[in-house]
Design a protein around this ligand. Sequence first.
Ligand code: GLY
Ligand code: MN
Ligand code: MN
Length: 436
Amino acid sequence: MKGSDHPYRAHLQELTRRLEACLEGSGFNGALIPAGRAPLVFSDDLHYPYRPNPWFCQWCPEAHPGSLIVVGPGRRPLLLFRQEADYWHMPPVTPSGPWVPEWDIRVVRSTPEARNAIPAGHYALLGEPDPDWEGLAVLNPAPLLECLEYLRARKTPYELSCLTEASLRAARGHLAAEASWRNGGSEFDAHLAYCAGAGQHDDELPYRNIIGFDRHGAVLHYQHLERERPAASRSFLIDAGASVAGYAADITRTWAAEQGEFADLVAALDEIQQRLAAGVTPGRDFRELHFAAHREIGGLLVAAGLVTCTAESAVEAGVTRTFFPHGLGHLLGLQVHDVAGTRAEGGGEIPRPDGHPFLRLTRTLEAGCVVTIEPGIYFIDMLLDEARADFRSELIAWDKVAALYPYGGVRIEDNVVALAEGPRNLTREAFAALGA
Ligand code: GLY
Ligand code: MN
Ligand code: MN
């Protein structure tokens, strides 16, 4: 593809249009966006892992600590590319991607040099407070930030290509991790296999891998990696992503070691997940899709013999929330839980429905929105104990719960784009491209 045809060019134009619209009436004539820095550990001379400023990544595919961009309507974007003289670390290599011809790039060696290179203007600064940039701009003005955050839900074709690539990387990791589990590896081994498969180390992953065997699958964000393999593992839940140019994948798969009731539960949830993913269309109120998930899960609880009541009663009595206690999904992009999921157009919040405090997305989907669809069914001690202690106890088939309890839980999570012509499931596409 020639540089001028690359989707990045149209992406840059769209970002410039958005910035112009959001700056209108603000008095600012542009924005300074630092790439951010890795903070120092308390009383140490080591740094925490570097997490680039997502706003920088949206404009510029290569983020390095200390760099800064200057963007605004009617000007060519300027990248002050920080390349310090440093013999302790390898300075970043001057960039050369298809995006480079769209930019003025100036290599700077120090903070004073960078500050002197910023053209005169009245700027907003989008990012973390940093003494390097103090006094140059107004930090994160709320109206500007809110306006840009709201628009970030609409992905450009360039952003979709980054997300597509991230899904492919993550799918490679998933296949490697599953093979490790099937071949007798521990949670830690599965994690290492994942990183090798995805070609990313921990600091590059968009979030810490969630890798749980058996009962650990019941911990929604299980954070440990057991070094020892249990004598026999019955189930494997892995929630793991990858990033490409700052854009994240967020994928979950659950596997059963053998045929049986748990494998049936996984297969049934997988079907439900795909039906829900088919509902990712422009104009769809995500709260409605979340409720549809509860109705589906009510039906599954009946079919699996986990409840003694009807699907409708399971939803009404809140029993579906005992087994499915999180939201159906969230916006995905530069952040795993991308910004403005509950923001109304023009400002204000779209409230979460009563009894659903963890739903991260209450907006109506638009073309280009990318969301996760991640229904789950878990056997969580805390929630089961609460249900056992009140009227819900009668509605739950405890013998069946006891039979499935050792497997922990099931979650299936895909990344799906809402498009006028129908949803595009980036995750299923990625696995299919790998022959899985
Ligand atoms: N990986 C975190 C989530 O699925 O939201
Ligand atoms: Mn996830
Ligand atoms: Mn997710």
